[in-house]
Design a protein around this ligand. Structure first.
Ligand SMILES: [Zn+2]
Length: 390
């Protein structure tokens, strides 16, 4: 087991009507003026924004609103949020939404406490500044951003989609009501399940040997996703299935499933370039295509690890040939994503061979070269993995 530090300051309020406790909890924590940050108008139409604001009103907490976060959140709206916070004396940020809204809120929370342009923080990864406290009302279980140290924001002008990790912007509260996810469309539910599962794969496959306490937690979460996915897709209003998925999504990315390991994250890097190339590409859908391709390219570094994964998650019987077992595990992974309705090729995402060279310079800029840990990848390797995914 490698040395590690693990910080998890999030106070979870989980269950039916959790969002109605927002005002009381934030007031108790000292919030006086909150920026309520959200995405499309559906959050308002559903009445959720009104309920949350009523809860803040009842607790005497002032609030201003900033909606309009798009999937793959963009730095322009973040800058607007920073301006509102600085000019409006905002002392807390409340993200109402999924990963994109939370990531945008994290960026604002950092930007509100520095004098430089907020994008500079994504470039320098500076950690030596204050961050406004963040609370979350989660509506889309997927990214795990409600408790994670990560944010990923796009800069359309520069054609970049860049991550930034800071323990100081882990949310202080996460209000998680599974009923808020009943109306998620099947594709969005499936893309979320895929993203969660890939957060586990990124941690399971690296260059560290077995770490049983971490690995068993990780595999248990993979098995939970595999069991709950068909239940929730068949019956979107199944409270228990939605609840298990919502909590699992958090556990997949808050950090515990990777402690003592180096983790890999090459495939997320490869996927972020797809979403930067075309912001219409859903993160989970991009991952469903890229992960099996990455696996095929790298498994020979340590086929036993893949064979072990195949046995633990898909119940595969060892054949005595670790390479064959590894390939079976990869096939099962691809089939699982396909069973959720996810794409299996870049062609289905509208990405062609000519697009590959366009993604490599920004990949190098975002990830550095070499990148990944299970196998250290060059840009030539990356191009080959994209080709395998065509
Ligand atoms: Zn992800």
């Amino acid at each position: 087991m490698e040395n590690f530090e693990f910080v998890s300051p999030t106070h979870f309020v989980f269950g039916r009507r959790a969002e109605e406790q927002v005002g009381a909890k934030l007031s108790e924590a000292g919030a006086r003026r909150v920026l309520v940050h959200f995405g499309g108008e559906s959050a308002r139409r559903s009445g959720l924004i009104d309920r949350v604001c009523a809860s803040l009103d009842a607790a005497g907490v002032e609030h201003i609103e900033l909606g309009g976060v798009r999937p793959n959140p963009e730095i322009t709206l973040v800058r607007e949020g920073v301006r509102l916070c600085k000019e409006g004396g905002v002392d807390w940020i409340l993200a109402v939404g999924g990963g994109s809204v939370i990531d945008s809120a994290k960026a604002i929370a950092n930007g509100a406490c520095v004098d430089c342009d907020v994008w500079e923080l994504f470039e320098t990864k500076a950690l030596d500044h204050d961050v406004l406290p963040i609370a979350v009302v989660l509506t889309i279980p997927a990214a795990g951003s409600e408790a994670s140290k990560n944010t990923v924001v796009s800069n359309d002008e520069l054609g970049l989609k860049t991550g930034y990790a800071n323990n100081a912007h882990r949310p202080k509260f996460a209000f998680m009501n599974p009923e808020l996810t009943f109306t998620l469309p099947p594709f969005q539910t499936a893309a979320g399940l895929t993203d969660m599962y890939c957060h586990l794969l990124e941690r399971f496959f690296d260059d560290v040997g077995a770490v049983p306490v971490t690995d068993n937690l990780n595999l248990s979460l993979m098995n939970t996703i595999r069991a709950e996915a068909p239940r929730v897709l068949a019956d979107p209003e199944n409270y228990d299935a939605r609840a298990n998925i919502m909590w699992t999504g958090m556990l997949c990315h808050q950090g515990l499933a990777g402690v003592g390991r180096h983790e890999d994250w090459a495939t997320h890097g490869l996927e972020h370039e797809l979403s930067a190339l075309d912001p219409a590409i859903t993160h989970g859908a991009g991952l469903a295509v890229m992960f099996p391709a990455w696996m095929e390219y790298v498994y020979s570094e340590n086929p036993t690890r893949f064979a072990f994964y195949g046995q633990a998650v898909f119940g595969l019987t060892p054949t005595g040939d670790a390479n064959a077992d590894a390939l079976s595990a990869i096939d099962e992974t691809r089939s699982f994503f396909a069973s959720l309705g996810m794409p299996t090729t870049l062609a289905e995402l509208g990405v062609e061979e000519d697009d590959i060279p366009k993604m490599l310079p920004t990949l190098a800029q975002n990830k550095g070269v070499p990148f990944g840990s299970f196998k250290k990848l060059t840009l030539e390797d990356a191009a080959e993995i994209y080709r395998l995914a065509l």
